[in-house]
Design a protein around this ligand. Structure first.
Ligand code: MN
Length: 250
């Protein structure tokens, strides 16, 4: 591991930025974060919902996206390794985006080894198993056949369809209880068991930042929930001495 600018080697984790043209301050804060904070990190992990929505990789040239992709590429060229896990908003991010931004797409969940610790990372929407309607929708839209059919439509038509789906989803969410939209504990335990009890599990999606310490089958695990980027940015730093919260002013 290399020391960058006399800093201790560390990795950063973020999610749920929901970048979109209607919130230019967040885009500015994110680019500033890439240039001044993430540039000092060894690795940056973006755990989904980087964008408010992603209609397909043929949208990478759009001015709003090009600026962000360029900033990611510059960061990777400066030496920070970039990784991405799909969120429920940007699961259509694919190879073209990955190449343009020089960011590696990882499966959800992924197990990584950092600073002597086993860390599991995920977006987290697959843990919300109490929301049966959402899980059925997720299963459908993650199928290659569904995606190929959707992507065969013109970009503008896809964007309009996503806009109308978002309205329906906002309406559905207002009728769902907070508990249904949170992670299901059994689903968390099952995932931790499947991955032989990683010491740290980091995910986003629920917008309920927290550090849950738990004992599963006599193994001590920490489940870190990342915060969203609305009032301020939220980032978790991991180095050999532990985990730290970093707030990013917007
Ligand atoms: Mn999400």
């Amino acid at each position: 591991m290399t020391d960058i600018g006399n800093e201790v080697s560390h990795s950063l984790f973020i999610s749920d930025l929901h970048l979109c043209a209607s919130r230019p301050a967040i885009i500015k804060a994110f680019i500033n974060f890439l240039q001044n904070t993430a540039s000092k990190a060894e690795r940056l992990y973006i755990l989904g919902d980087l964008f408010e929505y992603w209609a397909g990789d043929d949208d990478i040239d759009h001015a709003d996206h090009a600026e962000i992709i360029h900033a990611l590429k510059l960061l990777s060229e400066s030496g920070t390794k970039l990784f991405f896990i799909h969120g429920n908003r940007d699961f259509l991010i694919n190879d073209q985006f990955s190449k343009a931004a020089n960011i590696k797409i990882l499966p959800d969940p992924s197990e990584i080894n950092l600073y002597g610790k086993r860390v599991l990372i995920s977006h987290g929407d697959n843990l919300c198993t109490d929301d049966k309607d959402y899980q059925a929708f997720r299963k459908q839209v993650r199928m290659a056949t569904w995606q190929a059919e959707f992507l065969s439509h013109p970009l503008n038509a896809r964007k309009s369809q996503i806009e109308s789906l978002r309205l329906q989803s906002e309406h559905a969410k207002s009728n769902k209880s907070q508990k249904i939209m949170d992670v299901n504990n059994e689903a968390v335990f099952a995932m931790m068991r499947q991955h032989q009890y990683p010491q740290i599990f980091i995910h986003g999606h629920t917008h309920r930042p927290n550090n849950h310490r738990m004992i599963i089958d006599e193994h001590l695990c920490q489940r870190i929930v990342l915060g969203d980027w609305y009032e301020h940015g939220s980032c978790i730093r991991l180095d050999e001495t532990g985990l730290y919260n970093q707030f990013i002013t917007i």
